[in-house]
Design a protein around this ligand. Structure first.
Ligand code: NAD
Ligand code: GLY
Length: 365
C-alpha cells in the first residue's frame, strides 16, 4: 500500500492507498487505538457492493459495529439526514469513545464527517472513500458539511479523520460517469499545482477514465492527488490563504449545482464547467495564455462531460455566487490560473467578466 501522511501536528493522519484492502480496515483501525464501538455510515448502493468486507474486518478486530444507511444522492446531504444519523447513534448508545466510519462517496463522507464533528461535541472518524471524487479529493483535508436549499456546503465544520483507507478496487463497481466526473478534479489538481500531472493526463486520460491503466498506475495516480491535497491542507488547514486554490472551478461549479437543484450535474461535472468558465475569464483578463486554456479545454472535452444547461439565467447564477460561502462581504471570489501549476485567488472579477464566462460555457454545445 502507498502511504501519504497529512501533516497536522497532533491531528496528523495517514491516507493508505491499495487494491483489495477493505479487509485490512479492522487491523489498521485497531492499530490506531480507535474505539471498540463504531458506526458505519453508508448508503444502499455502496452497501450492496462493499459493506460486507468492511463489517467483517472490523468484527474480526473486535469492534462492535452499527450500520447506519442514508438515502443515496446529493439531495439528501442535508441537516434532516444528519438528524436521522444522530438519532441512530443515540439509539445505538454510541458514546464519546465511539468512531464513525464513512463508507461511500463524497456525499456520505461529507455528511458522516459533519455528524462526527458535532455528535457529543465531536468524536473520531475514519474515511473509506469509494468514488474517484472522494478518493482524490473529498476524503482528504477535513472539510465536512451538509447543504442548505440556498447554498452548497453552507453548514459544516473542519474535522480531520483519523485514517483514510482507499481501496482502488472499489472503483470497478462505480458507474463510468462518476469516474469521468472524478477525473475533472484530477485535471483541477494538475492545473493548480502540477504541470507533470497535466502532461501525464494528456498522454493517458482515456486510460485513466476507463480504469484501463495498470493497477499500479491507478494507485500511483490517486496517491499523487492525495499528496497534492495533503500538502496544501498541511500548509493551510482552515483556508486562510493557500487552500483557496483547491476551489478552482468551484465558484461557477457550486452555483451551477444549486440552480439546477443538484439534479443535473455530478459534482465533478459542474467543476469541469466551472474550470472552463474560470479559464475563459483568466484569458479575457490577459492573465492566462490561450494555448494553456486550450490544453485544459481539450482534456475536459476528452472526458466527454455534459453540456451546460441551455436555459441558465446569468442573474440567478450571480446571485448564488454572491451568497456562496467563498464570497467575502458579498464580493465574489474566483481562483484564476496564471500558468499551468500556478493559480491565484482574485476578488476583482467583474459582473461582465462572469457573465462572459457563463455565456462561454453555454455556447460550448
Ligand atoms: P456521491 O457520493 O453522490 O457518489 C456518486 C454515486 O456513486 C452515488 O450514487 C453513490 O451511491 C455511488 N457510489 C459510491 N461508491 C460507489 C461504488 N464503489 N460503486 C458503485 N456506486 C458507488 O458523489 P461524489 O462525486 O463521490 O461526491 C460528491 C460530493 O463530494 C459533493 O457533495 C461534494 O460537495 C463533495 N466534495 C467534498 C469535498 C471536501 O473536501 N469535503 C471535496 C470534493 C467534493
Ligand atoms: N475541495 C476544496 C477543499 O478541500 O478545500
Amino acid at each position: 500500500m502507498e502511504t501519504v501522511t497529512v501533516q497536522l501536528d497532533a491531528r496528523s493522519y495517514d491516507i493508505l492507498i491499495g487494491r483489495d484492502c477493505l479487509r485490512d480496515l479492522g487491523h489498521l483501525y485497531a492499530e490506531r487505538g480507535l474505539g471498540k464501538t463504531a458506526a458505519i455510515v453508508t448508503n444502499p448502493t455502496v452497501a450492496a457492493h462493499h459493506l460486507k468486507p468492511v463489517r467483517q474486518s472490523l468484527a474480526c478486530a473486535g469492534v462492535k459495529v452499527t450500520v447506519i444507511t442514508v438515502p443515496d444522492g446529493e439531495q439528501y446531504k442535508t441537516l434532516e439526514t444528519a438528524a436521522q444519523i444522530y438519532g441512530d447513534l443515540i439509539a445505538a448508545g454510541l458514546d464519546r469513545q465511539a468512531c464513525i466510519i464513512a463508507l461511500g462517496g463524497g456525499v456520505v463522507g461529507d455528511m458522516a464527517g459533519f455528524v462526527a464533528a458535532t455528535y457529543l461535541r465531536g468524536i473520531d472518524f475514519v474515511q473509506v472513500p469509494t468514488t474517484l471524487e472522494a478518493q482524490v479529493d473529498a476524503s482528504v483535508g477535513g472539510k465536512t458539511a451538509v447543504d442548505h436549499a440556498l447554498g452548497k456546503n453552507m453548514i459544516g465544520a473542519f474535522h480531520q479523520p483519523k485514517l483514510v483507507l482507499i481501496d482502488t478496487a472499489t472503483l470497478e463497481t462505480l458507474p463510468k460517469r462518476d469516474i469521468r466526473a472524478g477525473m475533472a478534479e484530477v485535471i483541477k489538481h494538475g492545473i493548480i499545482r502540477d504541470p507533470g500531472l497535466v502532461a501525464f493526463l494528456e498522454d493517458h486520460i482515456e486510460g485513466a477514465a476507463t480504469l484501463s491503466l495498470p493497477a499500479g498506475q491507478i494507485n500511483w495516480l490517486i496517491a499523487r492527488q492525495c499528496r497534492i491535497k495533503a500538502d496544501v491542507v498541511a500548509a493551510d488547514e482552515t483556508e486562510k490563504g493557500l487552500r483557496e486554490i483547491l476551489n478552482y472551478g468551484h465558484t461557477v461549479g457550486h452555483a451551477l449545482e444549486v440552480v439546477t437543484q443538484y439534479a443535473h450535474y455530478k459534482h465533478g461535472e459542474a467543476i469541469g464547467l466551472g474550470m472552463t468558465a474560470a479559464g475563459h475569464i483568466a484569458v479575457q483578463k490577459g492573465m492566462w495564455s490561450q494555448e494553456e486554456f486550450d490544453r485544459q479545454t481539450a482534456l475536459i472535452a476528452r472526458l466527454g462531460m455534459p453540456e451546460c444547461v441551455p436555459d441558465l439565467q446569468v442573474d440567478e447564477v450571480l446571485a448564488r455566487m454572491a451568497s456562496d460561502k467563498k464570497a467575502r462581504g458579498g464580493v465574489i471570489r474566483f481562483v484564476l490560473p496564471e500558468r499551468i501549476g500556478k493559480i491565484a485567488p482574485r476578488d476583482d472579477v467583474t459582473r461582465a467578466e462572469i457573465a462572459s464566462g457563463i455565456r462561454y460555457i453555454q455556447a460550448l454545445g
